[in-house]
Design a protein around this ligand. Structure first.
Ligand code: NAP
Length: 312
């Protein structure tokens, strides 16, 4: 039979890595499973300026995560690249079935995070990677000197628009209301940026282009009026970045854990509805989704897993 770990952590974003750091320091036999690179959404965040104690001049998500990964490795949590296909959470020994192997553990921390929500306009899927993106850090340089549109009005949309303005000729934020949701300090930066404009009360209705994205149709949600936006003829393309929130990565746990709108329900100590199973970070229902709250969840979850191993 395969090794039984004390703890398996699903996901290596800020919540999972912090759980791994704490579990490693507590000498729990810990395995972190991650299907992609470390960092989750932070790996695609261009600049972080509100993580306590970070570089005061601002820091990129990948830079912060690289330091966290090194810190986790120092304390001994094992790592494996794995796409998890199935979990069986109810028994005393929890089973995680991956593409490469099957794993067992006495406790599980779910830190699978969330993925960008699609904009929801016609033609979107066909233009992903051909004008449509959900990651400014990854794709901003493809739009050097082009016109770029950003859908959304929250922190992500406004912060990433500011980042995109370093590359694009002009960035236009398309928001479905007439007031931004983003925190005031970030709004002020965007309003003061001459390369950022706004289209209010509007959503993206459909996309067009022959291979590359060359045009958008917007719908004013108050008047119903449709407006076509076309790429500059010489450019021959434009960019559309979607930042309209996230969808939790929780499908694997449906029917096994209590959830609400796809978010895993926990108590304040990150305990789910199943003993020995904890959820940390953006995948759990909570009021504030930030790197600092993900890290806090990870620390709490690891300590609760340790307590569960000792006391049941
Ligand atoms: P968010 O705060 O949920 O904002 C989503 C934005 O998209 C809102 O402005 C919303 O409009 C709009 N929207 C939602 N559904 C839409 C649709 N179907 N069509 C058009 N627009 C739509 O998402 P987020 O900005 O990605 O942030 C997620 C979480 O991470 C938040 O808690 C945020 O504070 C946090 N975050 C923090 C930082 C930071 O602290 N530096 C950075 C990034 C994200 P309405 O305003 O009308 O609802």
């Amino acid at each position: 039979m395969s090794e039984i770990y004390d703890l398996i952590i699903l996901g290596a974003g800020p919540a999972g890595l912090t759980a791994g750091l704490y579990a490693g320091r507590s000498r729990l036999n810990t395995l972190i499973l991650e299907k992609g690179g470390d960092g989750g959404q932070i790996a695609i965040t261009s600049e972080i300026e509100n993580y306590p104690g970070q570089m005061p001049e601002g820091e990129s998500g990948p830079s912060l995560i690289a330091r966290l990964t090194a810190q986790v490795e120092k304390f001994g949590a094992k790592r494996a690249k794995e796409t998890v296909k199935e979990v069986k959470l109810d028994g005393e020994s929890k089973i995680v079935v991956g593409e490469r192997a099957e794993y067992r553990a006495k406790t599980i921390i779910i830190a699978t995070g969330a993925n960008p929500r699609p904009i929801g306009c016609r033609g979107e899927a066909a233009f992903v990677g051909k004008g449509v993106s959900y990651c400014a850090t990854c794709d901003a340089n493809f739009f050097e000197g082009f016109d770029v549109y950003v859908a959304g009005g929250g922190d992500s949309a406004v912060e990433e628009a500011i980042y995109l303005s370093k590359f694009a000729r002009q960035v236009t934020i398309i928001h479905r209301r007439d007031a931004l949701r983003a925190v005031k300090a970030v709004q002020d930066k965007a309003f003061a940026n001459p390369k950022i404009g706004f289209i209010w009360d509007s959503v993206v209705e459909d996309l067009r282009g022959d291979g590359l994205l060359t045009g958008l149709t917007l719908r004013n949600v108050k008047t119903g009026i449709l407006t076509a936006i076309d790429a500059d003829e010489e450019d021959g393309m434009l960019g559309l970045f979607g930042f309209i929130g996230y969808l939790p990565c929780s499908a694997l746990f449906e029917g096994q854990l209590a959830m609400e709108n796809g978010y895993i329900l926990t108590d304040e100590d990150t305990r789910t509805s199943v003993p020995g199973v904890f959820a940390a970070g953006d995948v759990r229902r909570k009021s504030l989704r930030q790197v600092v709250t993900a890290a806090a969840d990870g620390a709490i979850a690891a300590m609760q897993a340790e307590k569960y191993l000792l006391l049941g």
